[in-house]
Design a protein around this ligand. Structure first.
Ligand SMILES: [Fe+2]
Length: 355
């Protein structure tokens, strides 16, 4: 299979992975042949990348960090809790469902931890906030595992990250859903979500106080200047420093109705550039160790002029993956060749093109 931008998906292509709605329901199953109707509908829903079957990439497995089932459990937990808190801000957050969701993610990660994580998510516009919280939790836990956290510490962190934006339920909806540029007053209102979240989690005795600090501190910056308190360096709890990197990376690679998603390598560059500024350099170092610059499946153009797709990762050199390039595409003499860019240092990736 390979990852293809929907603009380049031909009618008659076969889905290699199901397309799911925000709540995990399968919209189109694996093996479905795509017709024009399906493609138009998917575009309207905001899906812009699809995993497509391709015999030339038959042997390529794309293992996601966590399973769809696990994501669905976490998604449903946060969805139910947010709706409950939205309706009544005195509702106690159901800590058991949060704990269960995080334990599932931890268990999945235990098996996929040794590979560079593939965080590619196929999604439309729907319910960004919930997806974002799940993905941020997955990435935060990957970084924390890299740091050697114990199980109980991972659980504390994960429970906080899954709930990190719960305070947004207290921000007026018209501000939260404003797609234009926020004025200063509106931005001040948004900023309050950190403290609101802290209060929600803190008053619940089933959460550790450290989990509450994730909500409180995920917008603080390493060099200062973040909010709500403008803390600096290690004044910020390590959980907050981890959540900050995970939160920003996932936000950048997510597509929003008002802006396109950044390519993972661009978001990666952003995180790197902010090492020691917005982010703790040690957390950024872990990030570069465990997150793939060019996720498996990505379409690339190489400096030798060939086009192909990433088929594997090199754990020691995350920016030099293995690429399968196609010679004489759509020609009877077509053939492919694999370039391991960790060995062939004279070849570079020059462009990302999911076609
Ligand atoms: Fe936030």
């Amino acid at each position: 299979m390979r990852l293809v931008n929907i603009a380049y998906v031909d009618e008659g292509s076969i889905l290699a992975r199901p397309v799911r709605s925000a709540n995990g329901r399968v919209l189109l199953g694996e093996g479905v042949t795509l017709n024009q109707n399906f493609l138009t509908k998917l575009k309207q829903l905001g899906y812009d990348m699809l995993f497509i079957r391709d015999d030339r990439f038959k042997d390529v497995e794309i293992n996601n960090a966590v399973s769809e089932k696990t994501k669905e459990i976490a998604y449903n937990a946060i969805c139910t809790i947010t709706t409950a808190v939205d309706n009544d801000s005195n509702t106690n957050i159901d800590a058991d469902s949060v704990r269960f969701a995080v334990l599932n993610i931890m268990e999945d990660l235990m098996y996929s931890f040794d590979i560079l994580s593939n965080l590619t998510d196929i999604m439309g516009y729907d319910e960004y906030t919930f997806h974002h919280s799940v993905n941020t939790t997955v990435l935060a836990l990957i970084l924390a595992m890299g740091k050697g956290y114990t199980q109980s510490k991972l659980l504390e962190l994960g429970m906080g990250v899954l709930m990190h934006d719960i305070g947004k339920t207290n921000v007026p909806k018209e501000i939260l859903h404003n797609k234009g540029k926020l004025n200063e007053k509106e931005f001040e209102e948004i900023k309050k979500h950190s403290a609101y979240g802290f209060e929600f989690i803190r008053k619940n005795r089933d959460f550790s106080i450290h989990s509450a600090h994730v909500a409180f501190q995920h917008h603080e910056k390493w060099m200062g200047g973040g909010y709500p308190r403008g803390l600096k360096g290690t004044e910020i709890h390590e959980f907050g420093r981890i959540a900050a990197v995970a939160d920003v990376y996932d936000a950048l690679i997510s597509k929003r109705p008002y802006r396109d998603a950044m390519e993972p390598y661009q978001a990666y560059e952003f995180i790197l550039a902010q090492s020691g500024h917005q982010f703790d350099p040690e957390i950024v170092r872990l990030f570069t160790k465990y997150v793939a610059v060019y996720p498996t499946g990505t379409g690339v153009e190489l400096s030798n002029g060939l086009r192909g797709n990433v088929i594997g990762q090199n754990a020691s050199l995350p920016n030099r993956p293995i690429v399968r390039a196609i010679f004489k595409e759509n020609d009877p003499l077509e053939q492919h060749i694999d370039f391991d860019l960790s060995r062939q240092l004279n070849i570079m990736i020059t462009k990302i093109e999911n076609r």
